[in-house]
Design a protein around this ligand. Structure first.
Ligand SMILES: [Zn+2]
Length: 242
């Protein structure tokens, strides 16, 4: 621990401590930007909606395949019915065959009606599925827009904070320039413990920890030479007598 240092240089430590507090605050802000949580949530939402969209589009594919199959069946029934109707109209087949064809036509008509009901139901499901896809697409677009906006805000905030940190680093280096190395070393040792490493002595109060020093500690400090390096008995900060 340096016993002595030019009081003028000691006072500079208050500016260094102010910068260090601002840097710590900026780094904390960088880690806890609300945009970081918004981006994490937004990314999860976009992924979920993309998954839902894929499922809903697959569902439409299935419905279309079923609809094509039904159409083919309906076509086959119609073709068969037309053939029977034509043969009945020609009336050239034996009576037994004509009777069978009549029966078949009745059952074909029932079959066609049932298939057409199925086709109608499929069409309704397809319309619902289309609406679901449209809604999911709209939700996805909105979620992607929100995510992009949050990423933009995060980028802007990071750029501002990084500028601030760069300026602070330069200013700090200027302040430390010409400072006794053992004083800097002491300051950094205190700071490494996560403490404010220098504070003004304001009356009986240390401005680093905002505690009042007791009478005997104060007496020691006031008795010390102006260039003595004195410490707070409460928090260990270098005390600057102003
Ligand atoms: Zn203190």
């Amino acid at each position: 621990m340096p016993a002595k240092a030019d009081p003028f240089l000691q006072r500079r430590l208050l500016d260094v401590a102010r910068i260090d507090q601002a840097v710590a605050a900026a780094e904390h802000r960088r880690r806890t930007l609300p945009e970081l949580a918004q981006i994490a949530d937004g990314t999860a939402t976009v992924q979920k909606l993309r998954g839902a969209l894929v499922l809903r589009q697959a569902e439409i594919g299935d419905l279309d395949r079923d609809a094509r199959k039904l159409d083919n069946e309906i076509d086959a029934v119609r073709t068969r019915a037309k053939r029977d109707t034509d043969r009945l109209a020609a009336g050239s087949a034996p009576a037994k065959d004509l009777e069978n064809m009549q029966h078949e036509l009745t059952s074909l008509a029932r079959r066609q009606s049932s298939l057409e009901d199925d086709a109608l139901e499929l069409m309704e499901r397809r319309e619902l599925a289309d609406a679901e896809v449209a809604r999911t697409e709209a939700d996805l677009t909105a979620a992607q827009d929100r995510l992009a906006a949050a990423e933009q805000r995060r980028g802007d905030a990071f750029a501002d904070i990084d500028d601030e940190l760069k300026r602070a680093t330069a200013e700090r280096a200027d302040l430390l320039d010409g400072m006794p190395p053992d004083l800097i070393k002491l300051y950094e040792q205190i700071r490494a413990r996560g403490r404010t490493a220098a504070g003004a002595l304001n009356g009986a109060r240390c401005e680093a920890c905002r505690m009042d020093l007791d009478r005997s500690a104060l007496n020691d400090i006031w008795a010390a030479a102006p260039d003595a390096v004195v410490r707070c008995t409460e928090c260990g900060a270098i005390l600057i007598r102003t």
